[in-house]
Design a protein around this ligand. Sequence first.
Ligand SMILES: Nc1ncnc2c1ncn2[C@@H]1O[C@H](COP(=O)(O)OP(=O)(O)OP(=O)(O)O)[C@@H](O)[C@H]1O
Ligand SMILES: *[C@@H]1O[C@H](CO)[C@@H](O)[C@H](O)[C@H]1NC(C)=O
Ligand SMILES: *[C@@H]1O[C@H](CO)[C@@H](O)[C@H](O)[C@H]1NC(C)=O
Length: 452
Amino acid sequence: MAAAGGTRRGARLSAAALLLALLALVALLALPALRAGHGGEGRAGSPRLPPGLLEELRQRQRDLRRLAAGGEAERGGGGGGLGCADLRGATGGGVLGSGFTKVVERAALAGGGGAVALKSVHGGGREVRQCEQRYGAPAGCRRLAAYKLLKEVALLQRLRHPGIVQLRGQCYDSGGDPGAGVTAVLELGAPLEMIQLLQTPWEERFKICLGLVKLLFYLAHSPLGSIVLLDFQPRQFVMVDGNLKVTDMDDASTEELSCKEDNDCTLDFPAKSFPLKCSSAGKCDGINEKKNLFNAYRYFFTYLLPHSAPPALQPFLSDILNATGDLRYGINETVTAFEKVLHLYKSGLYLQKRPLLLKEYISLKGFRTVEAEDYKCWPSYSHLGCLLSVHSPEEAAAICNSQSQCQSFIVTQQRTWTGRTLASFQSSPTDLIPDANAVVYIKRSASSGKRL
Ligand SMILES: Nc1ncnc2c1ncn2[C@@H]1O[C@H](COP(=O)(O)OP(=O)(O)OP(=O)(O)O)[C@@H](O)[C@H]1O
Ligand SMILES: *[C@@H]1O[C@H](CO)[C@@H](O)[C@H](O)[C@H]1NC(C)=O
Ligand SMILES: *[C@@H]1O[C@H](CO)[C@@H](O)[C@H](O)[C@H]1NC(C)=O
């Protein structure tokens, strides 16, 4: 027990030390390996690699070194505390997902350390297989893929944000081939299920879009400059406690396209292209930020934002969709527009000028109804009945009036992420039981049938 604690402390390095370790690792991978030769990889210890592969390896190494070197000047961030020792007693929990380059497995850390996601090179993935077909050098190809994971780790160390999956540690396994034994330890998430998301309440979908917008704001003004996610698709994101987080960072780039004239700066998408300006510094102005924002529009906003939003907020949401879809807004203005919607929603301002309906209800303080299965509504927070987020009892009364089955409702103590309360709507007048914190509202027209 004490020994394990000691190992864990030993593995807990400062951010600067981790970056140094990363640099050392790059050097380690580089020196013995990067010698060109003929006839495959040769004996272990003096591998000979095809020149093409060698060139690709060198390029990724340069990339990584630039990233790691930039990090030394800056402290903060860090790579999380977990190391190889912490993974030793971990029990596996199956594959969570895989892509072209990497495979992600669930693991439970020994000693009640909780569940994590372990990311490593996907030996059977498309990237490694295509490389092998091309160069016939399995070890070199795994190393090539490992550089992508190393780059991701280096980026995750430097970039900390609620919208970026948290790096909890890493393990460089020196046994066997050094290039392939890289494992990133990440906080555990759940792959994004777009179909499922479409069925969740608007408030939850808005939260995801707001989280994404805040992430893009951070990326546009990151310590490494403006970062573009080159491969921007829902499968690069996971959900952690209802929050959207990007997990795939190996295709992130801090380079902004160089140009001589405006004509060099066209931002192309399958159905649309945007002419941008070439700045005096010879860079396409804001191209990274714009690319992220349009991708957020086409993969997320169009699906998640408009449906079943409160009617009074629809014009604001249409404006956001129009402005991001035409790239009239930059990320700063988009954040402002989202925050305005959030404010209107939280404060109930969107409910202005409605007839007052609560007077049609009798309120019984100190009671609640017995929990029982009742009529369903969409999109309910509970599959047992109709549980919706409301700003006030007045809004709940309006909802109850609009649903033909509704005869009563209770405003619960539960709150959503915006601080609104959940109200449970009911059809039959069920039994009432004492509850000091609750209030039951019963339609006057239905109250004759109530039982106490
Ligand atoms: N922290 C995590 N928790 C749960 N699942 C995860 C986590 N990170 C990644 N995944 C799942 O693993 C899959 C593969 O991860 P990742 O996207 O990093 O690999 P990749 O090879 O770069 O994929 P791609 O080919 O899409 O670029 C993801 O699509 C996601 O579903
Ligand atoms: C934005 O609105 C204008 C004017 O109504 C319209 O022509 C344009 O197609 C809209 N763009 C998007 C992306 O919806
Ligand atoms: C956007 O906001 C950031 C941070 O507040 C600021 O540095 C930047 O100048 C703003 N950009 C524009 C175009 O307004």
